[in-house]
Design a protein around this ligand. Structure first.
Ligand SMILES: [Zn+2]
Length: 618
């Protein structure tokens, strides 16, 4: 009694006497039967690899930022919880916990935090139950002596703009949005809260996602890149465990063994507890300023009884050949990024081989809307007419180069014929181009504006590609015509800025996946030259202020008008859809098209020449 009183007294005098997070957890943390498969006192020895990342979060450690790129079922969630408990009980201060969404922040508070508080007596004593009024304890904030813990979602900037915080816990950062409420990266926004604290601590955790787009991978690559090295039971060589070293007999996960990289001896998984206990983290990259410690851990380290090597092999065998399942395996089990190789699957020959049989200038079943994309070159206009249907499924209807100098009127007259043409559908109806987007970004801006100005009512708009990254596919649209007084003319030209990279990524994704809804389809209007142009660009990796960026770049010397026309045709469809109710748009267009036959029956013979005869005149 006397002893515990004096211990408490001394603690009051020295609130931050040396104690690491793992020591705190081993001494105080209890796992409940509700939240844990292994209830009872926490034991760091069960997951020895968690000791070092946790202890970097201790007050005495000089490390400020801890990056954990961990597989699922390795205990990273509990490591984060232990830190929360340590802060509340031992090193109080203001803390911000950011989850991908507000919903997940709620779940962290309700399921993880509250059960830990209830089950861990020293925490229960410091935080009043959420039920009591004025307890300072709500779903999104927990007050305790000397500090406060705020829960926020990365999808809302409001919660990230809180007061300065000494501690930041950013959980599952790869599920954070790129941009929150137009204020940029939510992680950067949250991290700015900590800059006033010299002894700040930041924990960033996640399983990774797509290569070059993964926040956790970028953070890990900027760290000292620690790996958990374990000694071979046969030769003692220290090595970190790699998926490629697992060996099993054909389709039989139970036969799995790990092959030592040095002595080639194969060992069974039962050695794992000893391996983990004898293991150590080693940096594989220079430490930089020593303030960021990065840890990578795959599911191969999962303790016995959690996720076995046999289970991993079984998961892998099931996922093989199924890209989304394999991606999930690579991300969550191996904690590695998934490489999306666009160029490997989208090539000109492959697309040519998959052409459908419909003739140029005719609309196959499913087309209910036509748009056109026009690319302006110095001696010609390149034009694609695209057909659209349910779910943004697309068909290339027609693609031509209209030869002529755009500073002269002749070539624009040819473009008028595209607008005036009636294109026949498979069911014997006709459609006209209802929206046309013309590139005004080249040398002929004034000529483009002049053409657009007189054809606003026919759905012709001017567009310009934006070099800004992550721009929306189509911007808001601004009036660019002014009168001689400099005032905006209401019925003048509207210019739309396009996020061309955004659109290209969308279109290539659709080319690659080729599901029925939202697919891109080509008929005889596309020849091999067309496909060469369509696939003339590649995504290349570039670094901007240390952040990886993917950009679309053209192969030197290649022409890419077909791709530009596809981008503009897609943009035209998006511009058109703004005038419609998105939920009912395709049904409405279909009804309009079918109704058209009744009203125009008989008159169709007398109307403009059919598209096919017009096409053959080029
Ligand atoms: Zn060995």
């Amino acid at each position: 009694m006397n002893r515990s009183w004096s211990a408490g007294f001394l603690e009051g005098l020295r609130p931050e006497q040396p104690l690491t997070v793992s020591e705190w957890a081993d001494r105080f943390r209890k796992l409940s039967s509700k939240a844990s498969a292994e209830p009872g006192p926490w034991r760091t020895s069960r997951t020895p690899y968690l000791r070092e990342p946790m202890d970097c979060l201790s007050s005495e450690s000089p490390v400020q930022r801890v990056v954990m790129m961990f597989a699922a079922q390795t205990g990273k969630t509990e490591a984060g919880s232990n830190w929360l408990g340590y802060v509340i009980d031992h090193a109080p201060g203001p803390m911000l916990c950011v989850q991908p969404t507000i919903e997940m922040a709620k779940r962290l508070s309700k399921q993880r935090l509250e059960s830990m508080i209830t089950d861990t007596p020293c925490l229960a004593a410091k935080i009043a139950p959420a039920r009591s009024r004025d307890s300072g304890n709500t779903m999104f904030s927990k007050e305790f002596s000397g500090g406060i813990m705020l829960m926020a979602g990365a999808n809302s900037a409001t919660g990230l703009r809180s007061a300065p915080c000494r501690y930041l816990f950013a959980d599952e950062v790869d599920a954070f949005p790129d941009d929150v409420d137009g204020e940029g990266s939510p992680l950067a926004l949250a991290e700015r809260r900590t800059t006033t604290f010299a002894r700040r601590k930041i924990l960033i955790t996640s399983t990774p996602t797509v290569k070059d787009f993964s926040t956790i991978e970028a953070e890990y690559l900027r760290s000292d890149q620690r790996r958990y090295f374990v000694p071979c039971p046969s030769c003692g060589e220290m090595q970190w465990l790699k998926w490629g070293q697992l060996k099993w007999k054909e389709a039989n996960p139970e036969t799995v063994l790990y092959e030592c990289e040095r002595c080639k001896e194969r060992w069974p998984e039962r050695h794992k507890p000893q391996l983990l206990a004898d293991g150590q983290w080693r940096a594989t990259a220079p430490a930089g300023n020593g303030r960021t410690a990065g840890f990578h851990l795959s599911g191969l380290y999962s303790p016995l009884g959690w996720c076995s090597w046999g289970q991993l092999v079984d998961d892998f065998l099931r996922a093989k050949g199924d890209a989304p399942a394999l991606k999930a395996f690579v991300n969550t089990r191996l904690a590695e990024t998934w490489e999306e190789d666009y160029s490997a699957k989208v090539n000109a020959d492959g697309l040519m081989a998959k052409r459908l049989a419909y003739e140029p200038g005719t609309c196959p079943d499913g087309v209910v809307l036509l748009t056109a994309g026009v690319d302006v070159q110095d001696n010609r206009l390149a034009v694609s007419v695209w057909g659209w249907g349910e779910g943004e499924t697309a068909w290339l209807i027609w693609h031509q180069e209209l030869m002529g100098d755009p500073t002269q009127t002749e070539v624009w007259g040819q473009l008028d014929q595209v607008l005036a043409s009636e294109w026949s559908t498979a069911s014997g109806k006709t459609l006209k181009v209802r929206q046309m987007a013309i590139d005004s970004g080249g040398h002929c801006t004034h000529e483009v504006y002049r053409y657009v100005r007189d054809r606003v009512a026919q759905g012709v708009v001017a567009i310009k590609g934006s070099s800004k990254r992550n721009s929306p596919a189509v911007g808001k649209g601004s009036k660019v015509d002014v009168n001689w007084r400099g005032k905006v003319i209401k019925r003048g030209v509207t210019l739309y800025m396009l996020g061309t990279d955004t659109i290209k990524t969308t279109l290539f994704g659709r080319l690659r996946h080729n599901e029925a809804a939202g697919s891109l389809n080509f008929g005889m209007a596309a020849d091999s030259e067309y496909f060469q142009q369509l696939t003339s660009e590649r995504q290349a990796l570039r670094y901007h202020r240390g952040f990886p960026i993917r950009e679309w770049v053209k192969k030197a010397g290649d022409r890419n008008e077909a791709l530009d026309c596809a981008v503009y045709g897609y943009a035209a469809m998006l511009v058109f859809s703004r005038k419609m109710n998105k939920a009912t748009m395709w049904g409405q267009l279909k009804a309009e098209m079918e109704g058209e036959k009744k009203t125009k029956l008989g008159s169709r013979q007398k109307s403009q020449p059919a598209a096919s005869s017009f096409v053959s005149s080029w």
